[in-house]
Design a protein around this ligand. Structure first.
Ligand code: C2E
Ligand code: MG
Ligand code: MG
Ligand code: MG
Length: 277
């Protein structure tokens, strides 16, 4: 790192930085190739009703089946895909794949709502609403079987535009969910402006709620807030029976987590959760 002219000006000549940039460019290239080579796949994680133990819906989670590296999780590539903008094409593939799968389950007589994660880059440019409408009609999927998971950053970046887009999606009949709640910066009062049907409590609060009184208080408050706003509340990352028990006592509606199941391939999801038993 070499200091440039004057305070606050830096020029970067660190070789490790170039290596890092190169690695990101290589990853971007590999991702684009991977999409063409059909190396991406969606896995589905069940969401369970805490009141009666029944499976209610699922979340589609992206995986990359890399020929040498094996199954690669989104944490290793979503960041770069957002940085380069490739997430727009990749996210469109996810959306179509999820709608196609949800329609197949619907048509097989085993309907199951499918939730899809949207990146802010997918949400802002025009075209998303028309694309969703087009996919629903192409695959003949009932709109209420598609749920879109948004993050707080989407709501904050341009609140007026986000609100307008959400109202259009709601008009189609699609459900809207706020993911990773509690990790962003949106104020609580902000929430009531948006037509959300569901809030998901971030995994970080669930992980420590049995050992950290402050996190337990945060979880309690989010559940109360969601109830006051007439929104469904889902806890993510439930790994322990004591967490599930506590969440049920607090009045949380649903949970997702390894306690019940990891995300699994579509065929396995169908066999385990959608076959009449
Ligand atoms: P997310 O949307 O909050 O998804 C939940 C993540 O928590 C998933 O990780 C899931 O496998 C994991 N998880 C679920 N239950 C447990 C548990 O009990 N314990 C632990 N430790 N983890 C649990 P995954 O699949 O690695 O995805 C990570 C993130 O990548 C997602 O977080 C989401 O933000 C993003 N992502 C995944 N798929 C997509 C996609 O199709 N599009 C976009 N834009 N982002 C995606
Ligand atoms: Mg999610
Ligand atoms: Mg989440
Ligand atoms: Mg998360």
């Amino acid at each position: 790192e070499v200091k440039g002219r004057g305070k606050g000006h830096y020029r970067f000549y660190r070789p490790e930085m170039n290596a890092n940039l190169l690695a990101r460019l290589q990853l971007d290239h590999a991702l684009r190739q991977g999409l063409r080579a059909q190396q991406f796949v969606l896995h589905y994680q069940p969401r369970i009703d805490l009141h009666n133990g029944q499976m209610r819906s699922c979340e589609a989670l992206l995986r990359w089946q890399h020929p040498e590296r094996g199954l690669v999780l989104p944490g290793e590539f979503i960041g770069v895909a957002e940085e380069t903008g490739f997430i727009v094409a990749l996210g469109d593939w996810v959306l179509e794949q999820a709608v196609r799968q949800a329609a197949a389950w619907q048509d097989a007589g085993t309907p199951c709502p499918v939730a899809v994660n949207l990146s802010a880059l997918q949400f802002h440019p025009g075209g998303l609403v028309m694309r969703v409408q087009q996919l629903l009609s192409t695959y003949g999927l009932q709109a209420h079987l598609l749920e879109l998971e948004l993050t707080e950053s989407i709501l904050i970046e341009d609140a007026d535009e986000a609100l307008a887009r959400m109202q259009e999606l709601r008009a189609l009949g699609v459900r809207l969910s706020l993911d990773d709640f509690g990790t962003g910066y949106s104020s609580l009062g902000y929430l009531k402006r948006f037509p959300l049907q569901q809030i998901k409590i971030d995994r970080s609060f669930i992980a420590t709620m049995h050992s950290d009184a402050v996190d337990a208080a945060i979880v309690t408050s989010i559940i109360q807030l969601a109830r006051a706003l007439k929104m469904e509340v889902v806890a993510e990352g439930v790994e322990l029976e004591e967490q599930r028990q506590h969440l049920r006592e607090l009045g949380c509606d649903q949970y997702q987590g390894f306690l019940c199941s990891r995300a699994v391939p579509a065929s396995e999801f169908h066999a385990c959760w959608l076959q009449p038993r």
